[in-house]
Design a protein around this ligand. Structure first.
Ligand code: WTA
Length: 650
């Protein structure tokens, strides 16, 4: 193991931080020894129409049941908007920075409140009711946040689908949650290029309707003014509907355990799962982690570069920050447009204090050269964050030294769509940093590292990361399939939530996430199931079989490596590879485009027909000299051909 550098907590970090080392220790102890007392107290950080009398009622055993604050009533949009009006109605809530550096907007809490109330009335007038599922397929514009909040105002459940997903993926998500209302835009704009969101929506609805789904309305924001198809009666312009709507809308009183949103995410098997989060616990957890992890103080300008299509955008662009009355920056563009200085130019332009991004962006910008960074000021920056995948120590040190000029602590936050909020993270005033470590658990989080048989490991160790007790932000179920929830997360190690991640704990009790140990890939911080990509490949008429594995990729973290067996008589060619890449892009979306395709006459299988991915991973990594035991293969000779034709040679 290489020497890791410890960065001690600087006095100035400690001074301004909400949480110092002693407070962390004391609160952490209380949070795990007396969760009812701890969360009973901290649950009050948000406003309740009806206060809760019960706090925690959770079990990871049997049918798994998770309830927090179960008799309380609240409304998320009320907490994110109404309750701030008196004190900070005229404070900016959202700073929007367009893809084009000349475009920006500032929206105050009062303005956002009016927008959300109007939109909630539009939804109501078009028949959306409490409990209905609304699909949001939007670019990064303030209307996306307004759409989410408008749903919460009337108790509708939103399902945000990332704008980079294909019509097929969108259709699958519309079908799965039986959503009959879609909010989208004419086109998105990213890196100077348009994305045909309305056209994709039209195609998705066509596909979904073949499976019996019925979409009643599509509400369309005019973003670019580009040409779109139109179905009278079904399609509605956002601006026309909003003109007619009243800006008064009473927030629905929701039970703490009423569903708040569904967010689809990939697992190791099958189709993406609809992760369901509920109202009370989620909001308490998102707002509390946002305040303490990013050490948010009144007036700070906070920027999370994620997309609202991912959980990071939900919890740390919209819900956490707005519940805290923060100023949250929303960015439509990409890190390298117009050039690789863009992030830092935006930081200077809006005087950003807190900046939260993904390792893949950091690595790409590091590769572009320091001068893109150093020619900007960045003096406003005070804290940096990282999320989405393990950050390698080199990228961490570069972020710390070049971007933050050794002035800003880095919070490397580990969490998942399923966890709702950050679970393992430094708190900037409390915990000395180690480059590449997510450090310690947040309040109420009980990590456990287990061996492959589920035995808990003590002290410094390496194994599989489980969480052994519930926290308020935890997902409650897989939408419409509770059995799958129990199977996926609580059956590998009985009675424990299994994260799917590998993890090491060092001699100081710091946690180091080593990446997924299941068949989930993490490509540029985007989660993808190998099974999904395989099924996209075999849906191509020339493909008979496919196996997909990840391999280390300098910028993306992991690259997508596909072994493809063709139908008899089909000739392998470079053109066919391109065709297959295009096919996967069409089926899932550009984020799933294969990096390498290897045509394989046969795949290594056991005699019972199970593909031995271990071998495929090794070959993809160009580590074919240590393939381990191949004697159990049905046909050991296929391995030679695979090694011979490997696509990664170092
Ligand atoms: C990975 C994103 C290491 C991990 C919030 C996890 C990380 C998956 C980190 C969840 C981190 C996320 N260090 N790995 N700081 N953050 N991951 O659901 O493998 O899109 O299981 O949620 O990303 O991805 P998801």
């Amino acid at each position: 193991m290489s020497e890791t550098q410890v960065h001690e907590t600087k006095p100035e970090w400690k001074e301004r931080a909400w949480i110092d080392a002693q407070t962390y220790e004391a609160w952490y102890r209380e949070s795990v020894e007396d969760p009812d007392g701890f969360w009973g107290k901290h649950g009050k950080r948000i406003d309740w129409f009806k206060p809760y009398t019960k706090v925690k009622n959770t079990s990871f055993e049997g049918n798994v049941s998770i309830k927090w604050f179960e008799d309380g009533e609240l409304n998320v949009s009320y907490n994110c908007l109404d309750r701030h009006l008196e004190k900070r109605g005229d404070q900016v809530a959202i700073i929007w920075e367009g893809d084009d550096p000349n475009e920006d907007r500032k929206i105050t809490y009062r303005e956002l409140h009016a927008e959300v109330c109007k939109l909630a009335n539009v939804l109501k007038s078009r028949g959306v009711k409490k409990g209905d599922r609304v699909t949001i397929y939007m670019p990064m514009i303030p209307e996306a946040a307004a759409a989410m909040l408008a749903c919460t105002r009337i108790g509708a459940i939103h399902s945000v689908v990332f704008g980079g997903f294909s019509p097929d993926s969108l259709a699958g998500r519309i079908i799965d949650c039986q959503s009959d209302f879609v909010i989208t835009a004419d086109q998105g704009l990213r890196g100077g290029r348009t994305i045909p969101l309305k056209e994709n929506t039209d195609k998705a609805i066509e596909i979904a309707e073949q499976s019996g789904a019925k979409v009643r309305h599509v509400l369309v924001v005019r973003r670019t003014g580009g040409q779109v198809g139109w179905q009278d009666g079904r399609d509605l312009w956002y601006h026309e509907e909003m003109e007619k709507a009243s800006a008064e809308c009473e927030p629905e009183h929701m039970n703490a355990e009423d569903p708040l949103f569904i967010l689809y995410t990939s697992g190791s098997t099958g189709k993406p799962k609809g992760v369901l989060h509920t109202t009370g616990g989620y909001l308490v957890y998102a707002s509390m982690t946002h305040q303490y992890v990013f050490d948010y103080h009144d007036g700070d300008i906070y920027w999370c570069t994620a997309d609202v299509g991912w959980v990071t955008g939900h919890s740390y662009i919209v819900y956490g920050p707005l519940a805290n009355g923060a100023i949250t920056l929303m960015f439509e563009g990409v890190p390298n447009y117009p050039d690789s200085s863009r992030f830092w130019q935006v930081v200077d332009k809006h005087q950003v204090n807190i900046f939260y991004t993904a390792p893949t962006a950091i690595r790409a910008l590091m590769g572009a050269g320091d001068e893109f960074v150093t020619k900007t000021s960045r003096k406003s920056l005070r804290l940096l964050g990282s999320v989405g995948e393990p950050i390698n120590p080199e990228a961490w040190e570069w972020y710390y030294r070049v971007v933050g000029e050794e002035r800003c602590p880095i919070v490397d936050t580990w969490w998942q769509t399923e966890t709702g909020g950050i679970l393992i993270t430094p708190l900037p005033g409390a915990i000395p940093l180690k480059a590449g470590s997510a450090t310690k658990p947040f309040f109420g989080v009980k990590p456990e590292i287990v061996d492959n048989d589920g035995n808990p490991l003590e002290g410094p160790c390496s194994g599989n990361l489980c969480i052994i007790d519930s926290w308020p932000g935890q997902m409650r179920t897989v939408y419409g399939d509770h059995e799958r929830f129990v199977q996926t997360y609580f059956s590998t190690y009985k009675g424990k939530y299994f994260t799917g991640d590998g993890c090491r704990r060092d001699e100081d009790g710091y946690y180091w996430i080593t990446g997924r140990v299941d068949d989930v890939l993490n490509v540029s911080g985007h989660r993808m199931g190998t099974a999904e990509i395989e099924s996209a490949l075999v849906s191509h008429p020339k493909v008979s079989e496919a196996a997909v594995v990840g391999y280390p990729h300098e910028i993306k973290g992991q690259g997508i490596y596909c072994y493809v067996t063709l139908m008899a008589g089909v000739t392998p060619s470079e053109e066919l590879k391109k065709e297959l890449v295009a096919h996967v892009r069409k089926e899932i979306g550009p984020i799933a485009a294969p990096d390498k395709i290897q045509f394989a006459p046969g795949l290594p299988k056991t005699r019972s027909g199970k593909i031995m991915r271990r071998i495929l991973r090794k070959i993809a990594e160009d580590d074919y000299t240590s393939l381990g035991d191949t004697s159990t293969l049905a046909d050991p000779s296929v391995v030679n051909d695979l090694v011979e034709n490997r696509q990664n040679r170092h």
